[in-house]
Write a protein that binds this ligand. Structure first.
Ligand SMILES: Nc1ncnc2c1ncn2[C@@H]1O[C@H](COP(=O)(O)OP(=O)(O)OP(=O)(O)O)[C@@H](O)[C@H]1O
Length: 442
C-alpha cells in the first residue's frame, strides 16, 4: 500500500467564521433590518487549514486558548460545519469533545450506555459485552445508576472516555478530556490510548499538557489564531511552542522561519551523520563511574552494552537512530517466573525511560542449562547529553517480586543531543526479545 492510500483524514483549506454581535439586540436589529445593514463582525476561528493524517498516526494539536483546536476537531468529527473547504474522513470515528456532550443528562450512566449502543448500531450479541466493558472501565460504582446531571466533571469524563474507547473506533478524537479526572484514571486512559495505538487506531489529541503530547504523539500540529504554524516532530514543535508561548508578536511567518532555521540545521547535521558510515561508535574512555552491582541471588547479569543495528557495540550514539540495549543472564537453578528490565537515567539519576519483558503480568520459566540474551530496542530521541543504562532480573519469591540481580548505571552513552529545548522524556522503546544462547561450559 502506498502512503497516499493510507490517508484517513484529509483537511483541505478549511476555514470557519462566526458572526459576533456586540449584544443580542444587535442580532435582532440585523434580522429585522430592511437596509441590509450589518451589525456583526466576522471572527475567523480557523483560517485556511490543510493537513492529512495517515492511518495509525497519533497527532497532537497544540496552541493557546481560543486558537481553534476544538473547532478543527469538531469539524473532523462532523459536529460543526466548516464555512469553506472540504474534509474527508475514512473509518468509524469516536470523539470525546466537550465534557458531557453526547451524554443525556437526565438518564443514568447505565441508560446512557444502552442508548449509545442503540445509536451506534452495536449488534445485539455484542451489547452486553460493551455494557460490561464500559461499566468496568468507567469505575463509577453505584453512580452508574444515578442521572448524569448529578455527576462531577471527573465522573462525566470517565463515562465519556469509557464509551468512546470501548466502541472500537478506527479514529479516536480526544479533546482535553483527560485533563479532568484523578491521576489513576488518567493513567488508565493513557494506557488504553497506548493499546489503541498499538492496534493501529488513528488518534487526534488536543491537550495543553506538553508532556502528554510528546509522550503520546508521533506528530504535533501547532495552531495560532486559527492559522497553521508548524507541523512536525512533537518534541521540536512543543519545544518551539513553549519557547514562544509568551511572544505577543508571534506570527506564522516568523515561526516558520525560525523552525526552518533551527531544524534545517539539525537536518543537515543528521545528513552529515548519515554520510559517516557508522551510526555511532565506541569510545573506550567513556565508562560509567556510578556503577553499582547488587548482590546476586541465583542469577548474574553480564555484558551489558548497546549495539547499533549492524551489531557493533557503541557508546556514542547518533540522534534519532535506533539501537539495542542488550545483556546476558545466567541462572544457577530453575526459576519458575523471571522477567527482565532495563532503565535509562540521566546524569542526575532521573529516570527517563524503562522497559520490562515479558510485558504486563507474564513471566518466563527459566531453564538453568541455558543462558539468555535480552535485547531492548530503543530510539535515541533523548534530550539529555548522557544516558546511563541499568539492568535487572526479577522473580517471585515468597509472593514478592524481588531482584535476583541488578546492575545500576552499568553502561553509559553519549546521545549527541543538541540542546534546542527542554521538553522532557521523548524516547520510546519499540520492543524487546529474549533469546536462548549456549552456555560456555555446557
Ligand atoms: N459557537 C461559537 N460562536 C462564536 N465563536 C466561537 C464559537 N465557537 C468557538 N468560537 C471562537 O472560535 C475560536 C476558536 O475556539 P476553539 O474552541 O476552537 O479554541 P481552542 O483552541 O479549542 O481553545 P481552548 O484551548 O480554550 O479550548 C475562539 O476565539 C472562540 O471564541
Amino acid at each position: 500500500m502506498n502512503r497516499e492510500s493510507e490517508v484517513v483524514i484529509s483537511v483541505n483549506n478549511i476555514s470557519k467564521s462566526y458572526q459576533l454581535y456586540a449584544s443580542p439586540y444587535d442580532r435582532l436589529k440585523e434580522s429585522l433590518s430592511l437596509s441590509n445593514k450589518k451589525y456583526h463582525r466576522i471572527h475567523k476561528a480557523l483560517d485556511d487549514i490543510s493537513f492529512k493524517v495517515y492511518k495509525g498516526q497519533t497527532v497532537g494539536i497544540i496552541g493557546k486558548n481560543g486558537c481553534g483546536k476544538s473547532t478543527i476537531l469538531k469539524i473532523i468529527a462532523k459536529v460543526v460545519r466548516p464555512s469553506s473547504g472540504s474534509i474527508q474522513v475514512k473509518g468509524r470515528v469516536s470523539a470525546i469533545l466537550e465534557l458531557g456532550a453526547g451524554l443525556n443528562q437526565e438518564l443514568s450512566g447505565l441508560k446512557n450506555i444502552h442508548l449509545f449502543n442503540t445509536i451506534n448500531g452495536i449488534k445485539k450479541a455484542d451489547k452486553d459485552d460493551v455494557v460490561k466493558k464500559v461499566v468496568e472501565f468507567s469505575d463509577l460504582g453505584k453512580y452508574i445508576d444515578q442521572p448524569v446531571k448529578s455527576y462531577s466533571s471527573g465522573m462525566k469524563a470517565r463515562l465519556a472516555f469509557a464509551l468512546a474507547i470501548n466502541f472500537d473506533p478506527d479514529i479516536l478524537i480526544v479533546d482535553e478530556a483527560l485533563s479532568v479526572g484523578d491521576i489513576s484514571f488518567r493513567r488508565k486512559c493513557f494506557a488504553k490510548i497506548e493499546a489503541l495505538k498499538q492496534k493501529g487506531t488513528t488518534i487526534l489529541f488536543v491537550s495543553h499538557s506538553e508532556s502528554s503530547i510528546i509522550s503520546l504523539c508521533d506528530r504535533a500540529i501547532w495552531l495560532s489564531n486559527g492559522q497553521y504554524v508548524l507541523d512536525g516532530q512533537p518534541k521540536e514543535v512543543v519545544g518551539l511552542y513553549s519557547k514562544h508561548i509568551n511572544d505577543k508578536d508571534l506570527c506564522c511567518e516568523k515561526m516558520n522561519k525560525l523552525y526552518k532555521a533551527l531544524f534545517s540545521n539539525v537536518k543537515d547535521q543528521k545528513n552529515e551523520a548519515l554520510n559517516v558510515k557508522a551510526p555511532g561508535y565506541y569510545d573506550k574512555k567513556l565508562k560509567p563511574k556510578s556503577t553499582i552491582s547488587y548482590q546476586n541471588i541465583g542469577a548474574e547479569i553480564y555484558d551489558l552494552q548497546v549495539r547499533d543495528h549492524s551489531g557493533r557495540v557503541v557508546n556514542i550514539l547518533k540522534s534519532g537512530l535506533g539501537y539495542l540495549i542488550e545483556y546476558k543472564v545466567k541462572f544457577e537453578g530453575h526459576v519458575e517466573k523471571a522477567r527482565f528490565a532495563t532503565q535509562i537515567r540521566d546524569e542526575k539519576g532521573h529516570s527517563l525511560a524503562g522497559y520490562v519483558t515479558p510485558a504486563t503480568t507474564e513471566f518466563l520459566e527459566i531453564d538453568p542449562k541455558i543462558e539468555y540474551l535480552i535485547q531492548f530496542e530503543f530510539e535515541n530521541l533523548f534530550n539529555t547529553e548522557m544516558i546511563f543504562i541499568s539492568a535487572g532480573v526479577r522473580s517471585i519469591v515468597d509472593d514478592q517480586l524481588v531482584f535476583l540481580h541488578r546492575v545500576l548505571d552499568g553502561y553509559v552513552c553519549k546521545t549527541s543531543y543538541q540542546s534546542v529545548n527542554n521538553t522532557g522524556l521523548t524516547s520510546l522503546f519499540k520492543k524487546a526479545n529474549i533469546k536462548e544462547i549456549q552456555k560456555d561450559n555446557a
